[in-house]
Design a protein around this ligand. Structure first.
Ligand SMILES: C[S@@+](CC[C@H](N)C(=O)[O-])C[C@H]1O[C@@H](n2cnc3c(N)ncnc32)[C@H](O)[C@@H]1O
Length: 214
């Protein structure tokens, strides 16, 4: 289901902040060396992630699902020099590509700490509170990620959950494969949970914004 046309996206991306060169190069490497380059956030979503981090004055960010590091770099761009993005990926195969991308970004890349492992296990062991969480791992496990990250978010902190419209499959009542079921359960749960103020952005594949208020 086309919920957001390519023409509109092209128009928007020609009227927003351009991608820095280190991101353009990362997009090229991701297309050359990975099997699913579509997983990368891209220009528009990346600038929005940077904007959210800037608007919330974030200093500490945690990301579930690094892939090649595009979104981690976008969020790091908005942080002060002593800010930190802790990005986690369960897959170690892209480590070299990721670390090269962070190196190429100079001071921006130095704010990023890359962790390999299951985010649902690693986050509870992390020290300190986070201002922003970008949730972009396995769609089957969004509820587990939420349980893991909730106690680590500061009051007023923002959780951004990606792909929550899941190509429009959330509208299909009979579609209940594990990923669609995971996203539907997550969407139903967060909007009924009074610990959160929730809204959704119908951008790209849908992003849910979840503010911790209790
Ligand atoms: C959609 S990609 C992330 C894209 C990236 N955030 C970006 O915008 O460029 C999803 C990533 O989540 C990782 N992943 C899946 N399950 C995970 C888990 N339990 N913990 C950490 N990472 C996980 C996958 O290996 C994959 O690289």
């Amino acid at each position: 289901m086309d919920i957001f046309s390519q023409e509109i996206e092209n128009y928007i991306t020609s009227h927003i902040e351009p991608e820095p060169d280190f991101l353009k190069k990362l997009v090229r490497d991701t297309n050359l060396y990975t099997l699913k380059p579509r997983m990368l956030s891209g220009h528009l979503q990346g600038r929005l992630l940077k904007m959210f981090c800037a608007m919330t004055g974030a200093k500490r960010v945690v990301e579930i699902g690094t892939f090649t590091g595009y979104s981690a770099l976008c969020m790091a761009e908005a942080l002060p020099a002593d800010g930190e993005v802790h990005t986690i990926d369960i897959n170690d195969e892209l480590e070299e590509l990721i670390l090269n991308g962070f190196d190429r970004a100079g001071e921006v890349g130095k704010k990023i700490h890359f962790h390999i492992g299951d985010a649902a296990e690693l986050i509870p062991q992390m020290e300190g509170e986070f201002d922003v969480c970008f949730m972009d791992g396995n769609k089957r496990h969004y509820m587990e990620y939420l349980d893991a990250v909730y106690p680590k978010m500061r009051m007023g902190g923002l959780i951004i959950a990606d792909n929550t419209l899941w190509d429009g499959h959330v509208l299909e009542e009979d579609r209940n494969d594990a990923q669609t079921a995971g996203i539907k359960k997550f969407n139903d749960s967060v909007c009924a949970d009074d610990r959160f103020f929730v809204t959704m952005v119908p951008l790209r594949d849908g992003m849910t914004l979840i503010r911790k208020i209790k």
